[in-house]
Design a protein around this ligand. Structure first.
Ligand code: ADP
Ligand code: MG
Length: 263
């Protein structure tokens, strides 16, 4: 049985895609078999893993609409993770799915057929709370919410948490909210720390450790088509490796997740 993790936040630029790429690569480096799923019509995950969305003939769009088999859409990547890619077609899937019964379950149904092949499946949700994100949350066992530690970056968290609660009530009672993941974190500023403390107080939300530090390596990596873990050692990749180990100990050994207390 694989563990399915959704990475969701309706705000763009909070490092959802970076988290999916880096966690996926770190877990694969630990010897696990990993599938990452691009649910964003912009295809940033697909692009970050070295594939040009414009050149693909079959993608998650066809799979969600039942017009293609997931096995035919999967791609290999240099980071040793399998990728279910997205193309701009996915923007239209939203409207097409809306007319269908069971529209929130399309991804869950598709993943059922390959679940057994992977230890971990990570779903990169788009920056909205529409039907694609609902598909991600409905298919997932657990969700983490990347939060950028900057001014008011956490506005909208309440809305996302309400969506998670609704999914738990309606389409996926087993969904667990693991917590917020602080991203683009600058430990030198008290501001970053204040934002974290505020989020964990206000929403009673666990804050996962370690916070992911801001480093220029990430922008360089996404342009190169391999994750930041492929390059030389840096504090960003070290943080994602530590997070992956924490997650795996939690999933596999039942260890408590390491959280940041009283920041
Ligand atoms: P989202 O998927 O939430 O829209 P991305 O993962 O695409 O966010 O990240 C947005 C931008 O921030 C990208 O340019 C990415 O390279 C950059 N970024 C992500 N994480 C970090 C980090 N820890 N340090 C510096 N830049 C980062
Ligand atoms: Mg993204």
């Amino acid at each position: 049985m694989s563990k399915i993790l959704a990475v969701a936040n309706q705000k763009g630029g909070v490092a959802k895609t970076t988290t999916v790429v880096s966690l996926g690569a770190a877990l694969a480096d630990m010897g696990l078999s990993v599938l990452v799923v691009d649910l964003d019509p912009q295809g940033c995950l697909t692009f970050s893993l070295g594939h040009d969305p414009d050149k693909l003939t079959i993608s998650v769009h066809d799979v969600l609409l039942g017009e293609g088999a997931i096995a035919d859409a999967l791609l290999d990547t240099e980071d040793k993770v399998s990728l279910l890619p997205a193309t701009i077609d996915l923007a239209g899937a939203e409207a097409l799915l809306l007319m269908r019964p069971g529209r929130e379950y399309a991804l869950k149904r598709a993943l059922k057929t390959v679940e057994g092949d992977y230890d971990v499946i990570i779903v990169d949700c788009p920056p909205s709370l529409g039907v694609l994100t609902l598909n991600g949350l409905t298919a997932a066992d657990e969700v983490i919410v990347p939060l950028q530690c900057e001014t008011l970056a956490h506005r909208g968290v309440g809305q996302l948490l309400r969506t998670v609660t609704e999914v738990q009530q309606i389409t996926n009672p087993d969904l667990q909210l693991l917590g917020a993941l602080p991203t683009l974190y600058d430990s030198r500023t008290t501001h970053s720390r204040d934002v974290l403390a505020d989020v964990s107080d206000r929403y009673d939300l666990p804050v996962l450790s370690p916070a992911i530090p801001r480093t220029v390596k990430f922008a360089e990596a996404s342009a190169s088509g391999v994750s930041v873990l492929g390059g030389r050692k840096n504090k960003g990749s070290a943080a994602y490796r530590e997070l992956s180990e924490n997650l795996w100990k939690h999933w596999n050994g039942g260890a408590d997740l390491v959280t940041i207390e009283a920041v």
